[in-house]
Design a protein around this ligand. Sequence first.
Ligand SMILES: *[C@@H]1O[C@H](CO)[C@@H](O)[C@H](O)[C@H]1NC(C)=O
Ligand SMILES: *[C@@H]1O[C@H](CO)[C@@H](O)[C@H](O)[C@H]1NC(C)=O
Ligand SMILES: *[C@@H]1O[C@H](CO)[C@@H](O)[C@H](O)[C@H]1NC(C)=O
Ligand SMILES: *[C@@H]1O[C@H](CO)[C@@H](O)[C@H](O)[C@H]1NC(C)=O
Ligand SMILES: [Fe+2]
Length: 481
Amino acid sequence: MGFLGSPSVASSYYSSSRVFLYPAAFVFWVLVLMNGAAVCNGGKTSTFVRKVEKSVDMPLDSDVFRVPPGYNAPQQVHITQGDHVGKAVIVSWVTQDEPGSDVVLYWSENCNEKKEAKGKHRTYKFYNYMSGNIHHCTLRNLKFDTKYYYEVGIGQTVRRFWFVTPPEVGPDVPYTFGLIGDLGQTFDSNRTLTHYEHNPHKGQTVLFVGDLSYADNYPNHDNVRWDTWGRFAERSVAYQPWIWTAGNHEIDFAPEIGETTPFKPFTRRYHTPYKASGSTAPFWYSIKRASAYIIVLSSYSAYGKYTPQYQWLEEELPKVNRSETPWLIVLMHSPWYNSNNYHYMEGDTMRVMFEPWFVQYKVDVVFAGHVHAYERSERVSNIVYNIVNGLCAPIRDQSAPVYINIGDGGNIEGLANNMTEPQPKYSAYREASFGHAIFDIKNRTHAHYSWHRNQDGYAVEADSLWFYNRFWHPIADSSSV
Ligand SMILES: *[C@@H]1O[C@H](CO)[C@@H](O)[C@H](O)[C@H]1NC(C)=O
Ligand SMILES: *[C@@H]1O[C@H](CO)[C@@H](O)[C@H](O)[C@H]1NC(C)=O
Ligand SMILES: *[C@@H]1O[C@H](CO)[C@@H](O)[C@H](O)[C@H]1NC(C)=O
Ligand SMILES: *[C@@H]1O[C@H](CO)[C@@H](O)[C@H](O)[C@H]1NC(C)=O
Ligand SMILES: [Fe+2]
């Protein structure tokens, strides 16, 4: 960005309160920052001024929360990948009046012969809340690249949906991922989802980086808000898989009301195909999809040496074959690199454990959430520090991933708009706005990435970048210049 663009660091909207309170101090900081920016060449802090409005949850009687009509009608329908390569789909839904059927009827577009698969259902209790019947059913041996219709609620109120399986795994298979994080269920959440649905890039699968419903913001973690979230998200996730990452709002640990099983509502409602990648817990796992290898990590499960997650990742990374899946993508909730004062450095303990592997195995990009703002890093690493050498600053590193914070879905906690100043060198672009992103893989060397504010027109790319694959085309791509 250089010197010319840098004053925006200080003159941006986020500092405006200081302008009124301490005019002299503000001028001083402008001078310091302009000076600092000239030598440190940090990235860009957007000057976009977001319309100020409080994010409130949509009321219970909102259109997006409507219960589908009919006796025992399936609701909160959602799908996710059900195996390691994309030939299986987990279908989940809730029936409220009685258990009803566990069967899913499904057929491919060009073959009318209906098949059936049978799943299981269960309920759970959370303090004084009793869930509906939560069904999960895995459809297996699907054909690649095929549109399937499926029906749930067999024998009572039948509802029909469809999905398209991914193409067979291969190095040059184009595929378009959507990125959403920290969504919640406010009017802004609805705007973000609508923007994703209308984005002309047409995401085929959502990589969701954690924090789904924010039900835990309600008294006793009112799990009714897990149900409303399920009904809200259905309009997308019943038709395309969302790949789940666990965030802190999935923990639902509430010993004060006797709820001491972490992740109870999340694990009952949202399944992941963790066994297919040799994982022993639903919070960390991997999938292949088209030309991408996606590793999901858990910021809220143990990751120290000798722990199950550590051991799994140590064995997992060498299995990634970049000739088969060139794009190595990691999802986690708590970011390693972000320059927002909110949750600053919370992800650092996991970074210390795993960052050397990410550089060694040349991860292309890491998507995280948690911080309710948008930020994209340069390719940097910070792995040479050894307690005594003092080398503890991030450096440019073409083998390192780009870190993207996409925790800006629009939840009830509002925007995180207090950033560290001056903008650190590792930060290429940052902005406190709500939105979503698209990672559009073209072939083994190129992927087009774009971030979209939920206040712009659907096609506007507020930040964008051509990603060059770290294995096949490892030249510089991340600079904000
Ligand atoms: C949510 O967004 C959809 C699609 O734009 C719209 O039809 C619906 O009325 C919105 N609901 C609320 C409560 O904002
Ligand atoms: C990696 O994938 C390629 C392409 O599918 C295949 O030819 C090769 O044998 C694989 N390598 C290993 C070590 O499995
Ligand atoms: C921004 O964060 C810093 C560091 O945590 C804190 O000292 C400061 O008070 C915050 N500013 C505002 C306006 O909240
Ligand atoms: C890969 O995609 C990029 C962007 O669309 C294109 O410029 C490039 O020519 C493609 N490479 C090959 C080998 O087709
Ligand atoms: Fe979070």
